[in-house]
Design a protein around this ligand. Sequence first.
Ligand SMILES: Cc1cc2nc3c(=O)[nH]c(=O)nc-3n(C[C@H](O)[C@H](O)[C@H](O)COP(=O)(O)OP(=O)(O)OC[C@H]3O[C@@H](n4cnc5c(N)ncnc54)[C@H](O)[C@@H]3O)c2cc1C
Ligand SMILES: NC(=O)c1ccc[n+]([C@@H]2O[C@H](COP(=O)([O-])OP(=O)(O)OC[C@H]3O[C@@H](n4cnc5c(N)ncnc54)[C@H](O)[C@@H]3O)[C@@H](O)[C@H]2O)c1
Length: 481
Amino acid sequence: MPDTTFDVIVIGAGPVGENVADRVVQGGLTAAVVERELVGGECSYWACMPTKALLRDAAALRAVRALPAASQAVTGPLDAAAVLRRRDAFASSWDDAGQVSWLEGAGVKLFRGQGRIGADRTVEVVSADDEVTTLRARHAVVIATGSSARIPGIPGLADASPWTSREAASATSVPGRLAIIGGGVVGTEMATAFSALGAEVTLASLDGILPTVEPYAAELVAESLKEAGVTLYPTSGPTEVRRDDDGTVHMTLADGTTVEADEVLVATGRKPNTGHIGLEHVGLEPGDWLQVDQSLRVVGASGTPVGDGWLYAAGDVNRRALVTHQGKYQARAVGDTIVARAQGAEVDLSPWGRHASTADERAVTQVIFSDPEVAMVGLTQQAATDAGMDVRAVEYDLGSVAGAALHADGYRGRAGMVVDTSRNVLVGFTVVGPDVAELLQAAAIAIVGEVPLDRLWHAVPAYPTMSEIWLRLLETYGRDG
Ligand SMILES: Cc1cc2nc3c(=O)[nH]c(=O)nc-3n(C[C@H](O)[C@H](O)[C@H](O)COP(=O)(O)OP(=O)(O)OC[C@H]3O[C@@H](n4cnc5c(N)ncnc54)[C@H](O)[C@@H]3O)c2cc1C
Ligand SMILES: NC(=O)c1ccc[n+]([C@@H]2O[C@H](COP(=O)([O-])OP(=O)(O)OC[C@H]3O[C@@H](n4cnc5c(N)ncnc54)[C@H](O)[C@@H]3O)[C@@H](O)[C@H]2O)c1
């Protein structure tokens, strides 16, 4: 009989659950994780890693083609089959042996099966052959069950065997024609990837392309998708989808347009994996996103922690920020919090405190690997204004910066910063352009460090690099605000 009592039990061994378990073990507690599928979760096998592998070769090719002399050395088209093979390697061929041995090395006990809350501090693990093992937690249970694709109720869609991001990320061949529903992050990244791999792509959305990013960035991505041959219907969602016996998909849009395709990808957002995890035992509604307090304890409708505060939630499932790195940041915070509470030590939840996840509210970083890339941190001008802040925003043409002009002929890019005028600090930064991802961390440091603009003038970007965009933005803003 394996030991069934642990200090901490984590349901879900995605990037977040694994890191919660590792963190509490590092803090001296014992931990078990329950995983129903592959250790490593969505990110490793069907999201971040495979999709970025699908995008990388085409990005490298575009970079070479923007340099006339180097482009002479490129003599053939992209080898789509080789891209898919490299993608397989980045998805570990959908085998989690490597991550399982990492868990073992970290001293975390793995239970395979569907986890669900049975009673206070109790998790039942239902194995593939319906055997139930009951685990007990001395200190805490952490829900890190992540999210899945949301399929909207468009007539006919569910019966048309649509792809979700999972099928797109793990595709074994490139469809001749791909219809995409949704112009958010998944929709634009997959339109970029599959059009470069040779598919004829049509994308239909409701509220534009990348509606939550700065408009100048979204416009550049939309323009570039069109130039790549993607047909965009940014404000005309499908009203009906049907698949013929011969496999052809017919999609009718609100404006009456009909689109034919070989596959249809649904990229219309996520729903939480909370349907069958026993939430009813703690008075919560199965299928809902989990609400949490500042220490990531699950709270009920009244805003107070359920039970005596033994239940936590981290990662996608609490909807604070649906990106891997923020979820792992939460994992470190929640792990340290549980350890501190188990030891009777002080928990510091003040802004930027050791146990707080303040960056979720003020400095979420994200790179959208579209062509061109969008890298952003903190608030957009709109979001800051909606939050009641007094802000001033400035933008600058990245293509006119020497480092960018050297990087690629005809470089097109733009950057902007949002400044809280009452404190004279940056609260948002966005940059769009080829190969801008690595420019982001400087902005994250400026926001988290609340570096006054007066001091930022002394952070001198090296010449000739794309980082000189900082100097241009500061000059545009003006030394006296
Ligand atoms: C197509 C796509 C591309 C993305 N690209 C990026 C990117 O480039 N960068 C980035 O930062 N983010 C990206 N994301 C977001 C990222 O994938 C998620 O934010 C991240 O995976 C969340 O981690 P998580 O551990 O919370 O959940 P998940 O990764 O979803 O892991 C949850 C785990 O819990 C398991 N589980 C669920 N229910 C149970 C249960 N009842 N019992 C046992 N186990 C259970 C699941 O099997 C899964 O293994 C992308 C998302 C998508 C869809
Ligand atoms: N590089 C990255 O960091 C990365 C990459 C992919 C995904 N993700 C994460 O995964 C999450 C999910 O991404 P997503 O793109 O699925 O969601 P999203 O919320 O980013 O975008 C969904 C889009 O679908 C549209 N839509 C909704 N219903 C529709 C309908 N009926 N018809 C047409 N369009 C409709 C919406 O208008 C919206 O633009 C995001 O939160 C994102 O942060 C991150």
